[in-house]
Ligand binder design. Structure first.
Ligand code: HEM
Length: 398
């Protein structure tokens, strides 16, 4: 086991909890996962490994109590956000092992952890639970090893790919966000469109690699259950999902494939805000205000014969294709084989909490397919897509 170095601005109590999360906590979770895996029905975790669960619960609690007294002593966003992640990991593990279960309780029995998490969330401006950034872009590595729930290779594989994929999406969003102040006809806008296209191709490649390397059962039974919804105090917060970054929606709206005035779409996006870091929240707010590239190109169609128009419009269409292809792959080659199919073998009453957000799986899948079709600009009449506009633009490119 590695000896974790505390964050540079840590107090001894924060460092002690961080050491536990990065060591003993992972060992205890892994021990429990091995016990579940040895059973005929891996979904039945109730009554299995009770002594290990009691140890996890109590050791975590003992480290959290002194942190409540200490409070958020304002030693910077990174330190407080990392601590919220650590409390969140503990609460999520208790949920996974059914030490807590939101449908059974009206308020979380983890009183001390809830107190600390609520204080931290309120001071940071985020939901008081662990969120995707805790596992990915804010997951500080110590000697090459970042925080995980278990020692399962599938967990590391999943996070490595998600993190790198998220950065590829962020590169694309950053490039697209720089176009509107200069205008799409600016010579540098072509570079930006090509950067965005290449970044989206990288994201796609990363997801293809993940889909091939990840074992379905390991993901479904050992990784995913840690991302379920759980209560903090009396309120239940939805789980963590790999899409909790501004970049995906920035890209959707900056390209013009999804519209901030499409009610079902903006509902999906607005729901995300509390699960983003304040910095990501700001980016997402901005993307609701910015004009989109598709409208800008169509509004200048009188210049379609110009060399710039041909090259920029062709590059724009390639960006849209790259975005649509990655979205389609996410749905057909990640969501379907890793969530939908394994869920089909599970009795109906045990399906609750299978996904991050909680709606019944078929409802969620329909909503996700709607997002894919917007990104592909599919010809659909029940939801708004840019099918006709993309076809019109294609018609202008010779
Ligand atoms: C095994 C791998 C993966 C599986 C099984 C998976 C599954 C899912 C599921 C079930 C949802 C819906 C969440 C909910 O509301 O409950 C979702 C959402 C999302 N995921 Fe993934 N995901 C995977 C990997 C990734 C990766 C690597 C990325 C990108 C780097 C990603 C990006 C997204 C986005 C952007 C959303 C939000 C919905 C949208 O805007 O399309 N996912 N994913």
């Amino acid at each position: 086991m590695i000896e974790a170095q505390p964050h540079s601005s840590s107090t001894p109590r924060v460092a002690a909890f961080d050491r536990w999360i990065r060591g003993r906590f992972i060992d205890l979770n892994t021990e429990l996962e091995d016990l579940y895996a040895a059973r005929d029905n891996r979904l039945h975790v109730d009554g299995v490994g009770d002594h290990v669960k009691a140890t996890l619960l109590e050791e975590g609690r003992e480290l959290i109590v002194p942190l409540i007294e200490e409070g958020n002593t304002d030693e910077g966003f990174d330190r407080a956000f990392e601590l919220l992640g650590n409390v969140g990991y503990y609460m999520a593990a208790c949920r996974r092992h059914e030490i807590t279960e939101p449908s059974r309780e009206r308020t979380s029995p983890l009183v001390e952890a809830s107190t600390l998490a609520l204080h931290l969330g309120a001071s940071l401006g985020t939901a008081p639970r662990f969120v995707t950034s805790h596992m990915e872009t804010y997951n500080r590595a110590v000697n090459g090893v970042y925080r995980t729930f278990t020692h399962a290779p599938a967990e590391k594989l999943f996070l490595d790919h998600n993190t790198r994929g998220a950065f590829a999406y962020m590169r694309a969003a950053d490039a697209l966000g720089r176009i509107h102040p200069m205008g799409v006809s600016h010579p540098a806008s072509l570079d930006l469109l090509l950067h965005a296209r290449d970044a989206l191709r990288d994201a796609y490649e990363m997801n293809v690699e993940l889909g091939k390397a990840l074992d379905v059962d390991d993901f479904f039974f050992r990784v995913r259950p840690y991302y379920k919804p759980y209560r903090v105090g009396s309120q239940e917060y939805r789980g963590a999902n790999a899409g909790d970054f501004a970049a995906f929606n920035q890209i959707d709206m900056l390209l013009g494939l999804c519209s901030p005035t499409d009610v079902s779409y903006s509902q999906v996006v607005v729901e995300k805000f509390p699960y983003l870091t304040p910095d990501e929240q700001r980016r997402l707010h901005e993307s609701f205000r910015h004009p989109n590239v598709l409208d800008a190109l169509l509004a200048q169609s009188e210049h379609a014969d110009e060399d710039w128009y041909q090259r920029h419009a062709a590059a724009f269409l390639e960006v849209c294709e790259a975005h649509g292809r990655a979205a389609e792959h996410h749905h057909e080659d990640l969501v379907v084989p890793f969530i939908k199919r394994p869920s089909e073998n599970i009795p109906h009453d045990q399906l609750a909490g299978i996904t991050a957000s909680g709606p019944p799986l078929d409802v969620l899948l329909r909503a996700l397919r709607g997002l894919v079709d917007r990104r592909l600009a599919t010809d659909r009449h029940d939801i708004p897509t840019r099918h006709a506009d993309i076809a019109a633009l294609r018609g202008l490119v010779t």
